[in-house]
Structures are given as structure tokens and as C-alpha cells.
Write a new protein. Structure first.
Length: 375
């Protein structure tokens, strides 16, 4: 029984260690992971010895009663909260209206190459507005504004989205109206992104649909894309979410190394997305950057793993934004050179949301980058 109590306490420490470390580091700013973890483990060993050999019998009996009750309660709460979501997901799939199902054969027949101008929609996750960058980062993104203006883009300073969450914003954008909100089940959001109204409308007008970057979850599968794991709003898998709070949290940061490789691939795709002019091509490019993790400095170099999720150092986000901006300019130059008679929309889904000790008013999170070009 004592072993069971100690095992439960250790599991609690193991999976909530990062929060404990944050508290300790606020008191002792100089402390680091390799200082704190051994100390915590040593203290647990001392406690385990005291609990098994020296603890008074009433303390042991109370612990044997309370710890199982506490953990059982946590399990029950998680099960209860998970069941409705599972039921909703099954119901949405089963009850989805027939009119939302797209007949691919019909759409392919209707989608014939014409002489309409190509359309490029470039979405950059969490790219802050000009106002937010100047007001909160002290950075004037004037060079980028001048670049867009010189290329005859109309730049909007007043554009906003209704909710600073990517899944919701892009689901609504691709359906051309407010079809979901924060209360909409995830499964319903996924269904509305699989065959959104925008794609159907464009196909009916003779456009072909192309995806550049991470567009599988936006209803444009990539030939080389594998089935993706379910992720949180921040893009973390269930495995990463567990690791982030545990004693093994450095491994969670290590997952970002492979993400950098994938991101570099998406950025190369963006640089080569120009279509043959006037061939009725709609190209959606989605890049999850300058959204964290902060993998690139302003020159495209590596960022220390300890900084990948650190909002407190403002240069982490700003450096990645500056690098992404240079790639946006390269992509625009390619389009203007090889497909000038096109429509180009460059936008973000929301502004910088911040994290750690950095936070922004909801108004700033809702402000977005928005620039449009057409002949």
C-alpha cells in the first residue's frame, strides 16, 4: 500500500514537473533543469524513505485513503469531459448533410483549364500587423510595406479577424462566412474544411486547386503527406503535450528539430509555386510561421533549442518574422516576374498571441496582415 501511494505521488511529480520547476525558477532565477531535477528526485527519495520507515501510522492510513480518491477523481473527470466530444464527433460524421458532400467526378469535369487569371492566397500563421509590430515590438516593418506598395499591392491597416485561433479563422475564411466559432465541435470544423465553399465555387468556375505548404488539414491533400496526428491549437501532438509538463520536457523541444526540416521544405515549395499564366489555377499556400516554435533567426540560421518556445525574448518571434518576410518578398518577385496578370492575397490568420510573460490585448491579436494585388 505504501508503494502504491509513493508510485502515485511520483507519477504526479513526473507529469507536472515543468510547472513545479517554473515556480522554483521564479524564486531562484539562476536555477536550471540539471540543478532542479536531481534535487527534486533526491527529496522524493528522502520522503519515500521517511514515509516507509518513519511516518506515523495515522499519516500513512490517511495517505492510503486520500491519494487513490484524488487520482480516481481525476480519471473520472477526464472521462466525463471526453465522452461528449467523442459523441459529437461521431454524430457530425454520421449526420453531415448530403449537400456538403462534393462529387469529385463532377468537379473534375467542370474544372477545365481556361484563360482566367491565376489566384494566389498566401497565409502566414501569426504574422503580426504593422501596428502591433511597431506598438509592442518597437519594430517598424516599413521596408516590407514599401516593397508591397512598389509592387502595386493595396495594404490594409484596418483588417481584423474575429477570433485569434487558426482553426476557426481559416475554416470561416475558406467558407466565405462565419460558419464556426469557439463552441463548434472540432469534427464539424474538420468537415467544413474538407470541402469548403471557396473550393467548390472556384471549381465550378473552372479553376484547379493547388496546395503549397501545409495544406492537407485545409482540404488540399499533398501527394507526399502522411496522415497527421491530431494536434492542439498550438500545433502540439498529444505526445508533445504530455512531455511538455513532465520531467522529460527537453524531449518535447527536440520534436521541433524535425519540424524545422519540414518547414524548410514548405518554404522551398513557396518559392516555386508560380503557375503558367492565365490557366485558371487557384494556389493556396499555408505556412505555420512566424508562429512558434521559433526555429529561424532573421538570417535563416538556427535558434537555440532553449529559445524555441520562449516569447519572453522578443527577438525570437521578431527574428523569425523578419526571415519569413524575406521569403514572402522572394515569392512575390517570382509571381510578378512570371505571372503578373494574377491575383495575389497575402494575409495572416491573427496577430502575435504571445506566451510566457508576454501577452497582448485581444484587439492586437485580432489585427492581421492583409495585402492584395490585382491587375
Amino acid at each position: 500500500r505504501k508503494a502504491g501511494v509513493l508510485s502515485a505521488i511520483f507519477l504526479f511529480l513526473f507529469y507536472n514537473y515543468a510547472s513545479l520547476e517554473n515556480v522554483i525558477r521564479k524564486i531562484l532565477p539562476f536555477a536550471r533543469y540539471w540543478h532542479i531535477l536531481p534535487t527534486v528526485l533526491l527529496l522524493f527519495v528522502v520522503f519515500a524513505w521517511w514515509f516507509t520507515a518513519k511516518a506515523p501510522k495515522p499519516v500513512v492510513e490517511i495517505s492510503q485513503m486520500l491519494v487513490p480518491i484524488l487520482f480516481s477523481g481525476l480519471v473520472v473527470i477526464n472521462i466525463i469531459t471526453a465522452i461528449p466530444g467523442g459523441i459529437q464527433k461521431m454524430n457530425v460524421r454520421a449526420d453531415s448533410p448530403d449537400e456538403l458532400q462534393t462529387d469529385e467526378a463532377v468537379l473534375k469535369e467542370e474544372s477545365s483549364t481556361g484563360n482566367q487569371p491565376n489566384i494566389y492566397l498566401l497565409i502566414f500563421d501569426e504574422y503580426a500587423s504593422f501596428h502591433q509590430l511597431e506598438e509592442y515590438y518597437g519594430y517598424d516593418n516599413k521596408d516590407f510595406r514599401d516593397f508591397l506598395t512598389e509592387h502595386n499591392f493595396v495594404v490594409s491597416d484596418e483588417s481584423r479577424n474575429e477570433y485569434p485561433v487558426t482553426n476557426i479563422v481559416l475554416t470561416n475564411m475558406l467558407n466565405l462566412e462565419y460558419v464556426v466559432d469557439s463552441g463548434t465541435p472540432v469534427a464539424e470544423q474538420e468537415m467544413l474544411r474538407e470541402t469548403p465553399y471557396l473550393y467548390t465555387f472556384l471549381k465550378e468556375k473552372g479553376y484547379s486547386i493547388n496546395g503549397v505548404g501545409d495544406t492537407t488539414w485545409l482540404g488540399i491533400p499533398k501527394e507526399d503527406s502522411a496522415e497527421k496526428e491530431t494536434t492542439s491549437i498550438e500545433g502540439y501532438t498529444l505526445e508533445t503535450l504530455f512531455l511538455q509538463k513532465s520531467m522529460m520536457y527537453p524531449l518535447a523541444n527536440g520534436n521541433s528539430a524535425s519540424e524545422r526540416v519540414q518547414m524548410e521544405k514548405y518554404l522551398v515549395e513557396m518559392d516555386h509555386m508560380v503557375q503558367v499564366p492565365n490557366t485558371s489555377q487557384f494556389t493556396l499556400s499555408y505556412v505555420k510561421s512566424p508562429h512558434q516554435p521559433f526555429l529561424f533567426d532573421e538570417h535563416g540560421g538556427n535558434v537555440s533549442a532553449s529559445e524555441w518556445h520562449n516569447w519572453d525574448r522578443l527577438e525570437n518571434y521578431l527574428g523569425q518574422l523578419k526571415y519569413i518576410t524575406t521569403l514572402i518578398e522572394d515569392a512575390v518577385d517570382n509571381i510578378m516576374k512570371d505571372d503578373p496578370n494574377s491575383v495575389v492575397i497575402i494575409c495572416s490568420d491573427h496577430g502575435a498571441r504571445g506566451g510566457g510573460n508576454v501577452d497582448f490585448p485581444i484587439e492586437e491579436k485580432a489585427r492581421i496582415l492583409m495585402a492584395c494585388y490585382t491587375q
